[in-house]
Design a protein around this ligand. Structure first.
Ligand code: NAD
Length: 371
């Protein structure tokens, strides 16, 4: 059995963590009887430099044909002053839109050995396990009109926040279905006291909740949610929210885990999926073998789980990450109290050797998906 993955390393540490994650993906998938073939394309600043575009049509076509796509990260100071329609981030927005990736899943798991790496008190964050379900192709980032123009003596800028019932309905169902496999609670986050889009959001989510009678639903205003995430994060199971709120809340939630370098993500649509660490290109540490590869490696575990339906293989990687942390191995960003500090390559090797051991002890590859 062969799976085809398009790899977009991108820029900065994106390149370093991608190499680590793809090595783990190929090796673990092979242990479970699946060969992962990869095809690499440029994206972001690297693509601008080489091809004059954040992403080429050829790369987009390859992504559309692939079983899944892995992206490192894009951007950096070199391209910060480029016009907004030619910036590296356009690669991401085009990928999301053209692949129809309307769901972004961001698990936020606090690992016991990393309690001290967070800026929050251990007793507040211990046991936190949240899944953020963010709508990814609507709202402010895509709504039109969108412009900045001269009006009289000053510039005026407009963004448009727009949602339809069908867009809200489909993402709400993802959240309820995810909650059914977890602790059975959805917190839907909006700004329904002010925004018309949020009033439609709340009405639609309430209506969808009727189809999931076993799942608890609560509605929370986004400002309160931002506060509750740092006050009492354990109250959350699944957080369901729109594009902009999800972008901000998921970065806030990342700090519960101690580092952006710990957070994987999956973006899903009707088929395939785009998998990427939540962090950016970290220009301050790029090229120094200092990047934490665990978010990227966690992202390939999500690929195995959600696109390839190889749950045991995903679990082998997740268990290996836990084991690396339990053994006190740390990249520099999570080495709050010292420990054994390793570079990107060495951390990845440690995860891989542990995942291989888990694979070797599991009885046989029972989770190979149907063709
Ligand atoms: P960033 O995530 O790149 O870095 C923020 C801080 O976290 C830095 O101090 C960095 O060193 C640290 N950090 C991030 N990931 C790390 C890792 N894996 N290991 C260790 N430390 C890590 O965010 P930023 O500095 O705001 O953005 C830098 C560039 O990345 C910008 O050009 C931005 O547009 C881009 N960016 C891209 C994406 C993406 O491609 N998905 C996401 C966010 C930012």
């Amino acid at each position: 059995m062969t799976r085809h993955v398009v790899v977009l390393p991108g820029d900065g540490i994106g390149v370093e963590v991608t190499q680590a994650a793809i090595t783990v993906l190929k090796s673990v998938a092979q242990q479970f009887g699946v060969t992962v073939e990869t095809e690499e394309h440029l994206a972001g600043g690297a693509s601008i430099d080489e091809c004059g575009l954040p992403i080429t049509d050829e790369a987009l076509q390859a992504c559309k044909k692939a079983d899944a796509v892995f992206l490192g990260a894009v951007g950096g100071p070199k391209w910060d002053d480029f016009p907004k329609d030619q910036r590296p981030e356009i690669a991401l927005l085009r990928l999301r839109k053209e692949l129809g990736l309307y769901t972004n899943l961001r698990p936020v798991t606090v690992f016991e050995p990393l309690l001290e790496a967070s800026s929050l008190k251990p007793e507040v964050i211990r046991g936190t396990d949240i899944l953020i379900v963010r709508e990814l192709t609507g709202g402010l980032y895509f709504g039109v009109p969108k412009y900045c123009k001269q009006v009289g003596s000053e510039e005026v800028a407009v963004d448009t926040m727009q949602y339809s019932t069908s867009e809200i309905d489909r993402i709400a169902r993802v959240a309820f279905e995810a909650a059914a496999l977890r602790r059975g609670k959805v917190t839907s986050v909006d700004k329904a006291n002010i925004l018309a889009t949020s009033q439609l959001w709340r009405k639609t989510v309430s209506s969808v909740s009727q189809d999931f009678s076993g799942i608890e639903i609560e509605h929370m205003l986004v400002d309160n949610c931002a506060m509750q995430i740092v006050r009492n994060p354990k109250q959350f199971d699944v957080i369901l929210t729109e594009n902009t709120f999800g972008d901000i809340l998921s970065d806030e939630a990342s700090m519960l885990t101690g580092s952006l370098g710990m957070l994987p993500s999956a973006s899903l649509g009707t088929r395939g999926g785009l998998y990427e660490p939540v962090h950016g290109t970290a220009p301050d540490i790029a090229g120094k073998n200092l990047a934490n590869p665990l978010a990227a490696i966690g992202s390939v575990a999500l690929m195995l789980r959600y696109t390839f339906k190889m749950v045991e293989a995903a679990q082998a990687i997740e268990a290996a990450i836990q084991s690396v942390l339990d053994d006190g191995l740390r990249s520099a960003d999570i080495a709050a109290n010292g420990g054994n500090v390793l570079g990107t390559d060495a951390m990845a090797r440690e995860v891989l050797s542990r995942a291989r051991r888990t694979c070797a002890t599991s009885q046989r590859p029972t989770n190979i998906p149907a063709a």
